[in-house]
Design a protein around this ligand. Structure first.
Ligand SMILES: Cc1cc2nc3c(=O)[nH]c(=O)nc-3n(C[C@H](O)[C@H](O)[C@H](O)COP(=O)(O)O)c2cc1C
Length: 208
């Protein structure tokens, strides 16, 4: 599938598919940006405003952090895992040789987008459509993932590299405290981005 040449009516479709094919996970990132901070903000804003959500519930929340503010996220993660090391839950050796350098590599990037879901805001609609009540939380997460993907794609389209991380719930409390976020915002993912310093790894694509 997908190997025959096809023609699209709209050239933007080919461009879009090229972006989809070229999006990768970049771990080697530095703290420089190929575009203005305003352009980054526009990408993130549009991802929240225009990505769909079930029943148009608009449950996604994002926080865009750049430079020193971005570095704070990864200082929080390092501190949280240092706490686990001190408590004997994580071996010191693997933290020093693997986890800490990885977290420091995220810190060396330009920015992080924090993606949250406001599940509490779904209470009225769960009551209204009781038959679907158990569907709304997964729908909200699916919508959030769409925003994550869109931002990842758009940032890489502009010359960034990015990788998607999940350090929740370890960092949740400190993140909420540091940026004064509402208690109802549940952190899902952290998208780290910066100017690439290395190519992504090899990736096998399965064909069915
Ligand atoms: C839902 C989801 C969760 C992921 N979580 C992580 C993660 O926690 N840490 C990480 O380094 N990569 C994470 N990734 C990245 C995947 O490992 C990566 O996308 C996959 O290996 C394919 O590589 P590619 O992104 O270069 O195409 C995640 C990707 C998805 C879609």
């Amino acid at each position: 599938m997908g190997s025959t040449a096809v023609e699209f009516k709209n050239a933007a479709t080919s461009t879009l598919l090229e972006l989809v094919k070229n999006r990768r996970t970049y771990y080697g990132l530095k703290g420089e940006s190929p575009i203005s901070d305003d352009a980054i903000e526009r990408i993130v804003q549009d991802s929240v405003l225009h990505v769909p959500s079930s029943f148009n519930t608009q449950t996604s929340r994002v926080v865009l952090l750049l430079k020193e503010e971005h570095q704070k996220v990864w200082d929080i993660a390092i501190k949280a895992i240092e706490g686990l090391v001190a408590a004997g839950h994580v071996p010191k050796e693997s933290f020093e040789t693997s986890t800490k350098p990885k977290l420091e590599s995220f810190r060396a990037a330009y920015g992080t987008v924090l993606f949250f879901v406001d599940y509490e805001s779904l209470a009225p609609i769960k009551e209204k459509f009781a038959i679907y009540a158990d569907k709304f939380d997964p729908f909200a997460l699916e919508s959030n993932a769409m925003s994550q993907y869109f931002v990842w794609l758009a940032l890489e389209s502009e010359g960034f590299g990015a990788n998607l991380q999940h350090y929740s719930p370890l960092i949740d409390e400190e993140i909420a405290k540091t940026w004064g976020l509402p208690a109802s915002w549940k952190l899902d993912a952290q998208l780290v981005f910066g100017t690439p310093t290395s190519e992504p790894g090899e990736k096998a694509v399965r064909s069915y």
